[in-house]
Design a protein around this ligand. Sequence first.
Ligand SMILES: Nc1ncnc2c1ncn2[C@@H]1O[C@H](COP(=O)(O)OP(=O)(O)OP(=O)(O)O)[C@@H](O)[C@H]1O
Length: 399
Amino acid sequence: MNMAIFKNEGALTPDYVPDKLPFRDDQLKLLQTYFDSFIRMPGSIYVKAVMVGRSGSGKTVTSKKFGSYVRVASKGRVEFVHVSCALHRTSFSVLKTIGLALGLPVPRRGFSSEELLELILDDVTTKDKYAIIALDDVFYLLNYSGPDAIDALVRLGEEYSGKGYRFSLLLISQSESFMDQLNRGVKSSLGGAVIEFPPYTKDQIFEILLNRAREALKDSAYTEEILEMISDVAGVDPEDQAKSAMRGDARYALDILWRASKLAELNASPRIMPSHVREAVMQTLHGVREDELIGLSLHEKLLLLAIVNRLMRSSDTPYISIGDAEDEYEMICEQYGQEPRKHTQLWDYVKDMASRGILETRLSGKGMRGRTTFISIPTEPLETMKQAVESMVKRDLGD
Ligand SMILES: Nc1ncnc2c1ncn2[C@@H]1O[C@H](COP(=O)(O)OP(=O)(O)OP(=O)(O)O)[C@@H](O)[C@H]1O
């Protein structure tokens, strides 16, 4: 085992919350200010705030940091519940997560989400609990369940006002556009409290990487040049905003650093070399997040796996037809002992995954007969995607 690289590998994992969050002091202060009255005098007010910023701009980690602050500043009177809507896409599932996090007895089935909502409201009142609920990646809930799902959750805060407001709400999203889909009353009530998370510049990404590298890696395992190399790939260039539409993503940068470190370890290298970084860049998923993939249903995952497999075999064209994808999907279903879904269902899966940026689709060109949909995955490393989806399918099937 190569001991030259890692000091504490855990500090490079996506869920790790570092002590310091450089460049996010302002956002943290704003959160503290907006929720101040709810934290100091729970029940006196119902606060709603929104956090927006591109993928990897630090929204989730800042909200978790804020969560620790809430518990301390309220002396334990106010809880903080973080719900990932990428994983929980219906109001029932969100409510269940909230109930469980607050230690309430949650019925497993047989209840509508309205009934569950009532139950939770009753329980928090009898047990005298208060909480700030953070709905992360709230656009998933909107896309899946429509604006009424958000309505129900906003009501969670409003109802029982006679007995004090039990909840406050923090909505987190990649852009403000989700607000346009909300019912008018809800939208206007979210009004002014929008906290922005700008994408990180190269210099900022460098600083974030340096802090993490100090915690995770042995001093001799990396140089500042290596970290600069990664910052150049992942950070926004202030002079070239348009070209860097996908950048400013700290998750991407940290993922590259972790993969490069792993490659150095595997190759028994005493430190991370530029070649490890280059290889790591080629292996790292960019626009697609692991938890997005985890949130797909089993048959969406099987279809995605089929598409990836088929694309890996078609070296001469970046697209495959939906028919090819279906053939491959049927074989994969057989391999995993699953009954294949019907064509219309698969078509919905393709549209859904395309709308979330996991796939690209286009209609057949003029010179071709008929109208067929073609599918591609232009920006992601297929081998990495295959490994990720395959292990998720196995986990889903309990292997
Ligand atoms: N200022 C920072 N300092 C240290 N680490 C950071 C900072 N900002 C982000 N990170 C790290 O980058 C990764 C991605 O951040 P985070 O998950 O908070 O992004 P996000 O804005 O919620 O993205 P998404 O919209 O895709 O959910 C995490 O590992 C997080 O710890």
